[in-house]
Design a protein around this ligand. Structure first.
Ligand SMILES: Cc1cc2nc3c(=O)[nH]c(=O)nc-3n(C[C@H](O)[C@H](O)[C@H](O)COP(=O)(O)OP(=O)(O)OC[C@H]3O[C@@H](n4cnc5c(N)ncnc54)[C@H](O)[C@@H]3O)c2cc1C
Length: 475
């Protein structure tokens, strides 16, 4: 029998909305509170009006991929078959003035390198290989050691070092090896050769990020959130925006009262589902949280993001869906062309380029004025020959916090302390990428939301919320 209990969800990203959607479908009362003025969280699509028409941009193009049949079905049901487009993916990485296939195929990449570099890479690769597999295994708690032990120092310096430093803003020695193991699926020579030469087996663990095709809602990834919200509201459940959670009151290990920035408070609920950043959640609990847990939560850091987009009076700007830029001389780590994702993203005959700059709130990039950011990025894109100044119709800048959980060398220790404290609270569930501090793509986030709702309804004992499901890095 379904338990008839009231749930409050904090955060209207995909995790919160999918949980609310499923609870609504099961006929259970639910209310969602979102801090922002719009729903969708990291999976939002922003729209910009120009005299030439409307241009859309996700927070970095969001392609939909999954190995979970139920989640694929859910995606199609929510978006509607007629609104889902299947797109061919093409992506490259610009390194030392040359474009290489992405994901990197080290062997085909080395063929494009000077012969002396190829020989050096081969030598350091085999040296690392024998040392790692047959001699003493050194400790490898950080990204640099993990990659060097498996690929050698030359391949590491060429393909991994700069991109990692630029993306995370810290020395790769301070990044956990857990990130490397998640990020780099080819862990040895034979896997590397296989990946370079053959089409991936859809059932294999390395396959997902290599998929050649992906699904996309024709008018932007926001359709997923909007359609879930519509279903929830049409069934008389509420979603409040501009409703930032500020305080959580806990008595005898049960959350019984919430206070919002608006001045409102609520106490008429059984379960609290949180999809908000863990440090924010801990902070809202106040002094009831032991000092060491407060400190551990503060040390769980997220990386932020600036999007800078240019709307263009031309039908195509790049040949790829997206391109990576690992070198420091470029402001951005990735650019994408939304019209390569959904047919409704740009007016007919026009296109746009969206660049992603990873940064940390308060650093020099984050603090730079919008005009300066646009100028720097525009000049680099023009230099790269993607468009000319006279083709620019308009431009925008957006700042996004908590885009990526940062897996530094201490994150596992800090995370497990925080989770162990939170697990004592009887009516709290954690879901989503931001809310569980896991590097998750949309499909697993949706799985979190749906399975959490079923757990609340008493249909399963466990939810899938702490299963990262060998998630593949997509964005
Ligand atoms: C640049 C980029 C590209 C990506 N590309 C892809 C891709 O191609 N494919 C893919 O599958 N995935 C991709 N992802 C991942 C995808 O965006 C996430 O998995 C998903 O959006 C996470 O949803 P969530 O609900 O867990 O978290 P969020 O979207 O972060 O939702 C949390 C919500 O909580 C709200 N909130 C925070 N604090 C409070 C508070 N105090 N009170 C109330 N509300 C609060 C936030 O405003 C937010 O709306 C990408 C992510 C990024 C950053």
């Amino acid at each position: 029998m379904i338990k008839d209990e009231k749930t409050v969800i904090i955060g209207a990203g995909l995790a919160g909305l999918s949980c609310g959607y499923e609870l609504t479908k099961l006929g259970l009362p639910v209310t969602i509170y979102e801090a922002n003025d719009s729903i969708g969280g990291l999976s939002r699509t922003l729209w910009y009006n120009t005299p030439e028409g409307k241009f859309g941009s996700d927070f970095g193009g969001h392609r939909f991929l999954t190995r979970e049949k139920q989640i694929e079905q859910f995606f199609f049901n929510v978006i509607g078959n007629e609104n889902v487009e299947k797109r061919q993916r093409s992506s490259h990485i610009l390194l030392k003035g040359k474009y290489f296939d992405y994901p990197i195929k080290p062997f085909s990449a080395l063929l494009k390198m000077p012969i002396w570099l190829t020989i050096k890479a081969g030598f350091t690769y085999w040296y690392a290989f024998f040392r790692y597999w047959f001699a003493r295994r050194n400790s490898e708690d950080n990204f640099e050691d993990w990659v060097k032990h498996r690929f050698g120092s030359t391949l590491y310096n060429l393909f991994f070092r700069d991109y990692t430093q630029k993306t995370w803003g810290i020395n790769p020695r301070k990044i956990s090896s857990v990130w490397a193991a998640e990020r780099i699926k080819a862990t040895n020579f034979f896997v590397m050769i296989k990946n370079s030469l053959f089409r991936p087996d859809p059932k294999s663990k390395i396959a997902m990020t290599l998929y050649k095709q992906f699904y996309y809602p024709k008018n932007g990834i926001q359709m997923l959130s909007d359609n879930m919200a519509k279903f929830i509201r049409n069934n008389n459940q509420e979603i409040f925006t501009n409703a930032r959670l500020l305080k959580i009151e806990i008595n005898n290990e049960v959350i019984n009262r919430l206070e919002f920035e608006t001045g409102d408070s609520i106490d008429n609920f059984n379960t609290l589902v949180s999809s908000i950043p863990l440090p924010t959640l801990i902070d809202a609990m106040g002094e009831i949280v032991p000092k060491n847990i407060q400190k551990a939560a503060k040390n769980l850091q997220y990386r932020d993001l600036i999007l800078i987009g240019f709307m263009l009076d031309k039908p195509e700007a790049i040949k790829d869906s997206w391109i990576y830029f690992p070198e420091d001389r470029h402001y951005f780590v990735r650019i994408s062309e939304p019209s390569k994702y959904g047919s409704g993203m740009c007016p007919k005959g026009k296109t746009s380029i969206v660049t992603e700059i990873t940064c940390s709130m308060g650093d020099s990039k984050w603090e730079m004025s919008n005009d300066e950011l646009k100028k720097q990025v525009r000049d680099q894109l023009i230099d790269l020959d993607f468009f000319s100044e006279k083709e620019i119709i308009g431009s925008f800048v957006e700042r996004i916090t908590h885009a990526y959980p940062l897996f530094d060398v201490d994150f596992e220790k800090n995370l497990s302390m925080v989770l162990s404290f939170l697990s004592q609270i009887q009516n709290l569930e954690l879901i989503g990428r931001t809310g569980t501090f896991q590097y998750l793509n949309m499909d697993i986030v949706l799985l979190h939301g749906l399975s959490c709702a079923r757990k609340i309804a008493g249909l399963t004992e466990k939810s899938a919320t702490m299963i990262s499901h060998d998630s593949q890095w997509v964005g």
